[in-house]
Design a protein around this ligand. Structure first.
Ligand code: SRM
Ligand code: SF4
Length: 579
């Protein structure tokens, strides 16, 4: 869906006022170095001092502590058990078996949770790494050709690409573009190499030579980019600032429609914050991809709101200056005119599980990983299973944007043994329902400092209950895209779900209804502050009506709109909370 193009009279291109403190700290950071090196030596605390607390994000880490034990430690007058979460950079989600073996071992030896957590943006996270082990972590990643540069902070994050990249030549080329875009937009500072890999400091020169695209103050806020291949919107374009929608002729990539300004986060009670779908700027030939990517980023760099971080993302810049103004500036900077959008259609999201054959006769096995949590559970030794597969696998692994994993590039002769390992360790379970495969949650407790309610730990039991409700209502093999996030930041993309549950407080959720299978609509608020019992009774009542009244094959999200349970039309996203 496209927002109506907005024409804003006398647009405010640059927001004046006292700049957010993050602007000061980026400016004073000497291109993301800060005093992280010195802080690392300080063993009096397990944490990082104020500016470094933020700066380590641009190196792919967040300082956290386990919220389950926070109060107990406080009682004992101990500082929180500081540790870091690391998020790797994997454009298009690709990781090879050697790399997997290295991260598997690191997770065992140096993380307090012992897990590898697949994320909604095609990468993995380690949780619970203590300060003395951080450098080793980066050196381990580096030794197998991985890094975590710019996976967090005010930069362009991990670039997503529709999975499975080797199903066709088009997938392969799209994946290559995702990698090129990621490299092109990366910070060019050598801070990461100096701090974590002990590389020599090279004397810095002119600011615009160091960061020609991002600039000395980097971006006003996080920035997210995808390459997507219709008809599958598996990466959820409307969650992203910049999307390249692959357009092909005769199976060959000719260029992209460019969608700008999506984003899902909002703040409870702050009507100036809202989710927003991306606008279609038009078509470009593929040779202009990097120029357009850089132009969109630099316009957002220069016009994004550096005063109020809650209104700093591209989606707000577009609404403030008008889409026409933003687009014209992108064209000017890139020296490229958008032509009329080419036609394409998204029909679905999510992953297709099981085997598929690729262009080169190789086979790819998509595994469902509940919550993306790769860990040995009772009766489900997922981590050991992945380790055993990695030991023999000749292809690579591809992480999906729905927290799942593909064992890719398997020769016909190796299929049976890989499938057997996957079955032995619970990585394939034929009994997993369609509903479970359509459900997703963000991390939330105990590691996320912003969580207001449970999400990952709530989801499996919630799905058990929803399965029972659907069965009772005659909908056993049906599914509803159900997503839970522990707060309105929306990391589990609940604001693109048919039923989105957004944490409001412990055990309390706001329920949003009405996205569609293609992910082209943001859902609308249906009920506020539901406890877990109320969530279930609402789902029971709604699904009973869906079962009784739906048109043939009508999806749940379309049904709730057609019968008026929620209203469909959002004319302007700025009016999201009022409409
Ligand atoms: Fe997110 C912050 C986890 C995808 C919007 N997100 C966080 C932090 C780092 C909390 C913090 O700031 O301290 C969470 C760490 C939890 C933990 O313990 O691991 C966190 N976000 C995640 C992940 C791991 C969720 C998951 O279960 O997979 C996803 C990691 C993605 C990655 O690999 O890069 C993740 N986050 C998303 C998405 C979905 C997406 O991008 O497709 C969104 C909504 C889309 C969007 O950006 O609009 C999202 N995360 C946020 C926000 C709100 C941003 C905003 O516009 O205001 C925050 C908070 C912030 O930035 O201030 C946030
Ligand atoms: Fe944390 Fe909120 Fe993101 Fe969930 S949605 S991971 S609770 S920031």
């Amino acid at each position: 869906m496209s927002n109506n193009f907005t024409k804003v009279e006398n647009p405010v291109l640059v927001v004046e006022g006292k700049q957010a403190d993050n602007e000061r700290l980026k400016a004073e950071s000497d291109y993301l170095r800060g005093t992280i090196k010195e802080d690392l030596q300080d063993r009096m605390t397990g944490g990082f001092t104020s500016d470094n607390f933020q700066l380590i994000r641009t190196h792919g880490m967040y300082q956290q502590d386990d919220r389950d034990i926070r109060a107990e430690r406080q009682k004992q007058k101990l500082e929180p058990l500081h540790n870091v979460m690391l998020r790797a950079r994997l454009p298009g989600g690709i990781i090879n078996p050697t790399q997997w073996l290295a991260i598997d071992k690191f997770a065992d030896d140096y993380t307090s949770y012992g897990s590898i957590r697949l994320t909604t943006r095609q990468t993995f996270q380690f949780h619970g790494v203590l300060k003395p082990d951080i450098k080793l972590m980066h050196q381990t990643l580096n030794s197998v050709g991985l890094d975590s540069i710019a996976t967090a902070g005010d930069v362009n994050r991990n670039v997503l690409c529709t999975s499975n990249p080797v199903e066709s030549a088009l997938h392969q080329e799209a994946y290559e573009w995702a990698t090129k875009i990621s490299e092109h937009l990366l910070p060019k500072t050598r801070a990461y190499a100096e701090i974590w890999l002990d590389e020599e400091k090279v004397e810095t020169t002119e600011a615009d030579e160091i960061e020609p695209i991002l600039g000395s103050n980097y971006l006003p806020r996080k920035f997210k980019t995808t390459v997507v291949i219709p008809p599958n919107n598996d990466i959820d374009v409307h969650a992203n600032d910049l999307n390249f929608v692959a357009i092909s002729e005769g199976g060959e990539l000719i260029g992209f429609n460019v969608l700008v300004g999506g984003g899902l986060a909002m703040t409870h009670g702050d009507k100036g914050t809202y989710p927003r779908c991306a606008d279609d700027f038009g078509f470009i030939a593929k040779e202009h991809t990097l120029a357009i990517a850089a132009a969109v980023v630099t316009v957002q760099r220069d016009w994004g709101n550096r005063v109020n971080r809650k209104n700093a993302k591209t989606k707000y810049t577009l609404d403030r200056v008008g889409v026409d103004t933003f687009k014209a500036e992108v064209e000017k900077r890139a020296g490229v005119k958008f032509s009329e959008s080419r036609s394409y259609k998204f029909t679905h999201r999510g992953d297709s599980f099981g085997w598929v054959e690729g262009i080169d006769g190789k086979h790819h096995l998509t595994l469902f990983i509940e919550n993306g949590r790769i860990l040995d559970f009772a009766g489900k030794t997922l981590k050991t299973g992945m380790l055993e597969i990695a030991k023999i696998h000749q292809g690579d692994f591809r992480l999906t944007a729905n927290q799942n994993l593909i064992v890719a590039g398997v020769a016909q002769a190796d299929k049976a043994v890989i499938e057997q390992l996957a079955r032995d360790h619970g990585l394939i379970n034929d009994g997993v329902s369609n509903q479970r495969k359509s459900s997703m949650a963000c991390v939330a407790f105990p590691t996320c400092p912003l969580a207001m309610a449970e999400a990952e730990r709530y989801l499996p039991g919630l799905v058990d209950d929803v399965e029972a409700i659907l069965t009772k209502n005659g909908l056993k093999d049906e599914s509803i895209i159900l997503r839970v996030t522990g707060c309105p930041n929306g990391c589990g993309r609940a604001m693109l779900a048919e039923i989105g549950l957004i944490g409001k407080g412990p055990g309390k959720y706001n329920m949003y209804l009405g996205s569609d299978l293609a992910g082209s609509r943001v859902p609308k608020l249906y009920k506020e502050n539901l406890d877990e019992a109320a969530v279930l009774s609402e789902i029971d009542a709604l699904s009973a009506r869906w079962s009784a009244e739906r048109l043939e094959a009508e999806a749940f999200g379309d049904f709730v709109i057609r019968v008026g349970i929620v209203e469909q039309v959002i004319v302007s996203f700025r009016d999201f909370h009022h409409a």
